[in-house]
Design a protein around this ligand. Structure first.
Ligand code: SAH
Length: 218
């Protein structure tokens, strides 16, 4: 066995512990989400010097002043998106690409937009290296969504706008869900489900994400 095989096993054990202690213990129960988070190598999405912290119960810096979300939050958002294997999903705020990879395990196709060029490039490279062919990364302002690929079964936003960007609602299918942190300092995680008669809004719990920048702030 080589040194890298050994560390690979260690990461697998850490990931297993992350799922039981941080996700299942807090009530996450969707078997597909738990399986996805058992599978995606989170340590591949954090800077090399932080890899040994990749499976801890908190966010981590990923460069450009941004962070990879706490594993529990990634699990909650993935569960709220309620994806099936044929789903088409849009993510705003690619960051490291980790949430996109988890969504990629759950859905058929993921379209993800990141405003910071270096992050978009490095997430794209990581996802390619890991073989995620169904995940498409674009650099740009996610405010406008990805109209050429709409409509989506779910839109997952991982940066907090002060208000809901209307284009993201417009790009949902009927029955589709927008999972989004909203607010400036006091933010809450919300789900906006598009029904045949309008939008049903649910508030989940308070969260703290980096702000969504760009057009939504104008
Ligand atoms: N989902 C990421 C974590 C996201 S951190 C992960 O799994 O690692 C939030 C990201 O949203 C940051 O990378 C930030 O640059 C990006 N962002 C902020 N405003 C944005 C916008 N208007 N459009 C697209 N990305 C944006």
């Amino acid at each position: 066995m080589t040194a890298s095989d050994e560390s690979g096993d260690a990461y697998t054990r850490q990931r297993e512990r992350m799922v039981t202690r941080q996700l299942e213990a807090r009530g996450l129960s969707d078997p597909r989400v738990l399986a996805a988070m058992r599978k995606v190598p989170r340590h591949e999405f954090v800077p090399e010097h932080l890899r040994r912290h990749a499976y801890e119960d908190h966010p981590l810096p990923i460069g450009s002043g941004q962070t990879i979300s706490q594993p529990y939050i990634v699990g909650v958002m993935s569960e709220l998106a309620r994806l099936d294997a044929s789903a088409k999903v849009l993510e705003i705020g690619t960051g490291s690409g980790y949430q996109a990879a988890v969504l990629g395990e759950l859905a058929a196709e993921v379209f993800t937009i990141e405003i910071v060029e270096e992050l978009a490039a490095s997430a794209d490279a990581t996802l390619d290296r890991l073989g995620y062919t169904g995940i498409h990364v674009r650099q740009g302002d996610g405010y406008a969504g990805w109209p050429e690929e709409a409509p989506f079964d779910a839109v997952v936003v991982t940066a907090a706008p002060p208000r809901i960007p209307q284009p993201l609602i417009d790009q949902l299918k009927v029955g589709g869900r927008l999972v989004i942190p909203v607010g400036n300092w006091d933010q809450s995680l919300e789900v906006h489900e598009k029904t045949s008669t309008g939008i049903e809004r649910k508030v989940i719990f308070p969260v703290r994400f980096v702000p969504m920048v760009g057009d939504v702030q104008k």
